[in-house]
Design a protein around this ligand. Structure first.
Ligand code: UDP
Length: 451
């Protein structure tokens, strides 16, 4: 195979889980390695395949995932991930076999796969190919995932409605309701997927995190103590360089021209990521909460993200006219640019890890509305460890939404939160520019190079 770029440091194979929140950090990580002199090959499923033209120096190899259109449109992400772990095994094996036998002038150094794709272990081991993994959550979430067997043994799981507010001292400051689980019909399938993910990491040559020591010091120390594989927090990935876009949807650039017309720190940016969906009644409470708070807002509403609606049909008639220029609605925003815009004063987020980290690095305080699994942990860390946001809890109700927005946008508490997040923004920059992430990346590179 021709080596695009003809680099001397060896070739790294990457295999992302085909979901936006996983593809983005994996391709950002690949970009970081390319800047360090490695050649890059991205092995990917046909489902949600990245756009190769955004990365002219990478080699892309699609493999069969066996997913039907019905499966990709109807199944939960957890069901999809479980199916991929079965369907991709043989195609991945064939792909690796081809790559390794064709290996010519550039040595294939290792595989870096998403921890969720746990079948990659068996295949890489069979070829004696060193395997590192990328865990796309924060380290606190990984720690909670690793503790799931203990949490089940101690009776915290499955979660009981009567114990929701109880603290979980083993994972302080989490409460039972913050534990990273999901209400799915087949709970065992979820536990198996998580156990596979933890094992995939445990048996790897190293676990890479999109996080940084200055943010997650105590979680990192705990994981280092409890875990055999070396841990490499080398984030925030998106801050290394203006990386090429790994976004699967075209962003609406009117977001920026609209923000250009707004006062500094006046706008609430509202987005719940690429997967989360809300019920119609919740959608209406969000809409009225935003309308009644009298602040300006940029709201991402993905088509299909309101159950039972194609897009905006469930908004009351006249609602958009009532808002006038105070609200701008788009289907997908250029989020990094939006968060960096001086007009943005807060981010109402579902607390996916990428969004949470992007918000911290932009110095934007958060309104937290976690929807499932790891998002609950992220939100708890945001509000009770880093104290850079406030959480909407116990259901969505327009009056509460209005109050929470005012707390953050108008009050003294909001000012303190803003100062703290600014502080983390600086720490993130320091971490990459000679601090802990810089050092961690150096040691990861030497570990990979000697593997
Ligand atoms: N994103 C974006 N535009 C949007 C919404 C989201 O570019 O309108 C990006 C966002 O910057 C982040 C990713 O999509 O990098 C979402 O990942 P996250 O982990 O926050 O949530 P997920 O989509 O996995 O639930």
């Amino acid at each position: 195979m021709a080596d695009k770029g003809g680099r001397a440091r060896g070739r790294l194979l990457f295999f992302p889980l085909p979901l936006q929140g996983h593809i983005t950090p994996m391709l950002q990580l690949a970009d970081i390695f390319q800047s360090k002199g490695f050649s890059i090959t991205i092995i990917h499923t046909k489902y949600n395949s990245p756009n190769p033209s955004n990365y002219p120096n990478f080699t892309f190899i699609p493999i069969s995932d066996g997913l039907s259109e019905k499966e990709t449109s109807e199944l939960s992400v957890f069901a999809l991930a479980s199916i991929l772990n079965v369907n991709c095994l043989v195609p991945f094996k064939d792909c690796l076999s081809g790559l390794l036998s064709a290996e010519s002038e550039v040595h294939i150094t290792c595989l870096i796969s998403d921890t969720v794709l746990h079948f990659t272990r068996e295949v890489a081991d069979s070829f004696k190919l060193p395997r590192f993994v990328l865990r796309t959550s924060c380290i606190g979430v990984f720690r909670a995932f690793a503790a799931i067997p203990l949490l089940r043994e101690k009776g915290y799981l499955p979660i009981q409605a009567s114990r929701l507010e109880e603290p979980v001292p083993e994972l302080s400051p989490l409460r039972v309701k913050d534990l990273p689980v999901i209400n799915v019909p087949n709970e065992e399938m979820f536990y198996q997927l998580i156990a596979g993910l933890v094992e995939e990491a445990r048996t790897s040559s190293g676990v890479i995190f999109n996080s940084f020591e200055e943010l997650e010091q105590s979680a990192i120390a705990a994981v280092r103590q409890e875990f055999p594989a070396p841990i490499f927090p080398v984030g925030p990935f998106h801050q290394y360089s203006p990386a090429a876009s790994s976004i699967l949807v075209k962003p609406d650039e009117s977001s920026i021209s609209w923000l250009d017309k707004q006062a500094p720190k006046s706008v609430i940016y509202v987005s719940f990521g690429s997967i989360a969906a809300v019920k119609e009644n919740e959608f209406l409470e969000i809409a009225w909460g935003l309308a009644n708070c009298k602040h300006t807002f940029l709201w991402v509403i993905r088509p299909g993200s309101v159950h039972g609606s194609k897009w905006l049909e469930s908004l009351p008639s006249g609602f958009l006219d009532l808002l006038g220029v105070r609200g701008h609605i788009v289907k997908w925003a250029p989020q990094l640019e939006v968060l960096a815009h001086p007009a943005v004063g807060a981010f109402w987020t579902h607390n996916g890890w990428n969004s949470t980290l992007e918000s911290i690095c932009a110095g934007v305080p958060m309104i937290c509305m976690p929807c499932f699994t790891d998002q609950f942990v992220n939100a708890r860390y945001v509000t009770h460890v880093w104290k850079v946001g406030v959480q909407l809890e116990n259901g969505l109700e327009r009056k509460t939404i209005e109050e929470v927005i005012r707390r953050l946008m108008e009050g003294e508490e909001g000012e303190e939160i803003r100062n703290r997040v600014e502080d983390f923004k600086e720490k993130a920059k320091f971490s990459l520019g000679g601090g802990s992430s810089y050092e961690s990346l150096e040691s990861l590179i030497s570990c990979i190079s000697s593997s």
